[in-house]
Write a new protein. Structure first.
Length: 477
RNA sequence: GGGCCCGUAGCUCAGCCUGGUAGAGCGGCGGGCUUUUAACCCGUAGGUCCCGGGUUCAAAUCCCGGCGGGCCCGCCA
């Protein structure tokens, strides 16, 4: 190329009118007015207008441009910066080269939304290319992940990587994806959580670790769930779930401030039956803390501590809730909470102290062993985070694993498998530890006001479609 | 897993109820236009009506099955 292009972003942020610039980008609009042509060029998400006439490029260059440059092509441009009569910063093209050809024209005009969600998600390159608002969602996502790392590093956490392929899955209640390792001749799993490996690192003597990565859960796909999703998990020695609550609210509010410039966001919430409104959500600490049983009392008018088992079972029937692996009072109460309360928690709320039997990796509550020192953080009705004071007693952990095995035998496909290796690790001694998992995709939903997780995942899982080939989007030229 | 809705030109959609020559706008292409920016004006081309089967003299339209998508419910501690 004759000239080395500089980013359009630099040109736009500090325009030296009258100087010559060399830029490159994709042609997204051509407006022809006889012998006077305006072109919109986009480079790395930044748009600038180009201007050409036979007098700027020469008759031949002018004609060649109109004959050969199409929407979607990349061109390299050299020319003078000036303002048009309407006051728009533009580059007067003196020289240009076609540097890459688009064989399909874009399906919609730049700046417009692609309507069909199937096209948007399957051909995300088009969605992002043509719709700056969509690109913005992902800019928020990538910046937020960067700021999460900076925050964790600043708190002294080290970032680690643990296995995604695991011989025994664990750390959550979920069905796994299976895979096969030819080298070993064994069936392995994609992780449903990094939890048990991260706790091994606490056993190893690292005091503060975190990992950002994909988890895989073989479950249904809906507006809140994608089978592969991104979690940030953190573990801190000598900490408990109260410390994790402070860490969570500091993390979310700090990252929001850095990325969005504010700790207030708006999100569409169903304020009453069938009526959705944009509600302002304040992410500043401290967040509300409420015991799970109190939340049921406050938001659903139920008092789990006074209900008999028969009454709990009746409520399960009423709301058509099932407990896989057989009735368990604690799990039933959590189910009722999920069904009746979760979606009502719009402002940031820590729901704390879960029934012990629902939380097999959590340390029993220091004052009442019927409960576990666990919380879930809710924002906009979304479960954003899950955390607890980690169970570091290998004897009790082994007992919980045995109970999970029993549940699995009774048909709970999501019960934990027994992880002997993890129990053995605990037997070498693990300090008191607080652990936290934050759903990154859901955090980005909250930051961007997105009501579907697909909006914040670059390539959400979709069923195999037909090969569109020549009938695909954008007409082949 | 259950319910409802959708699939027609590159895009957005009408036509379907009540069977009879496949339409519009935008985009494309050609022409006009010297400060536009969803430019404008004139002209023009463009179809696997999602796929398969059935009914019928005749199916985009009616019926059955399938595929894909969306929303809701269940499930997701």
């Amino acid at each position: 190329m004759k000239y080395t292009p500089i980013p359009v972003k630099e040109v736009v942020s500090n325009p030296h009118v009258g100087s010559k610039v060399s830029i490159a980008g994709r042609v997204v609009a051509i407006r022809r007015h006889g012998k006077l042509v305006f072109v919109d060029l986009v480079d790395d998400g930044v748009r600038i207008q180009l201007f050409l006439t036979p007098s700027t490029t020469g008759e031949e260059g002018f004609k060649w441009f109109l004959d050969h440059v199409d929407l979607g092509d990349f061109i390299n441009v050299h020319g003078e910066l000036f303002y048009t009569k309407r006051g728009e910063l533009s580059v007067k093209i003196e020289d240009y080269q076609l540097i890459s050809k688009a064989l399909r024209s874009p399906p919609v005009k730049y700046g417009h939304r692609i309507i069909d969600p199937e096209v948007r998600y399957r051909k995300r390159h088009l969605d992002i290319m043509l719709t700056p608002k969509i690109r913005r969602i992902f800019e928020v996502r990538f910046k937020a992940i960067e700021e999460i790392r900076k925050f964790m590093w600043s708190r002294g956490f080290i970032e680690v990587e643990t296995p995604i392929l695991q011989p025994v899955y664990g750390g959550a209640a979920a069905r796994p994806f299976k895979t096969y390792v030819w080298a070993l001749g064994e069936e392995w799993y994609l992780r449903i959580s990094p939890e048990l490996y991260l706790k091994r690192l606490i056993v190893a003597g690292f005091n503060k670790v975190f990992e950002i990565g994909k988890n895989f859960r073989n479950e249904d796909i809906d507006v809140h769930h994608n089978p592969e999703f991104t979690m940030m998990e953190a573990y801190q020695a000598y900490a408990d779930y109260h410390d994790m609550m402070r860490l969570t609210e500091d993390l979310v509010s700090t990252v929001a401030q850095k990325v969005l410039g504010t700790t207030k966001v708006t999100y569409p919430v169903e304020v009453e039956e069938g009526k959705v409104e944009e509600v302002e959500i304040n992410l500043s600490p401290p967040w509300k803390r409420i015991r799970l049983v109190d939340a049921l009392r406050e938001y659903a008018g139920l008092d789990p501590e006074k209900l008999s088992d028969d009454e709990v079972k009746e409520l399960l029937r009423k709301y058509q809730l099932k407990i896989p692996g057989g009735y368990d009072r604690g799990r039933a109460i959590v189910k009722l909470f999920d069904r009746l309360v979760g979606r009502k928690l719009v402002q940031p709320t820590f729901v704390i102290d879960f029934p012990a039997s629902s939380s097999p990796l959590t340390k029993p509550h220091r004052e009442n062993p019927e409960y576990a020192e666990r919380f879930e953080a809710y924002i906009a009705g979304l479960e954003l985070a899950n955390a607890y004071t980690e169970l570091n007693d290998p004897v009790l952990q082994a007992e919980y694993f045995r109970m999970e095995e029993e549940r699995k035998k009774k048909g709970d496909v999501e019960a934990h498998p027994y992880d002997w290796d993890f129990v053995e690790a605990l037997e070498y001694g693990m300090p008191p530890t607080g652990g936290l998992g934050v759903g990154i995709d859901r955090l980005i939903m909250i930051f961007t006001g997105s009501t579907s997780i697909k909006e914040v995942i670059l390539f959400p899982m979709m069923k195999r479609g037909q090969e569109l080939g020549e009938s695909g989007q954008g007409k082949p030229r």
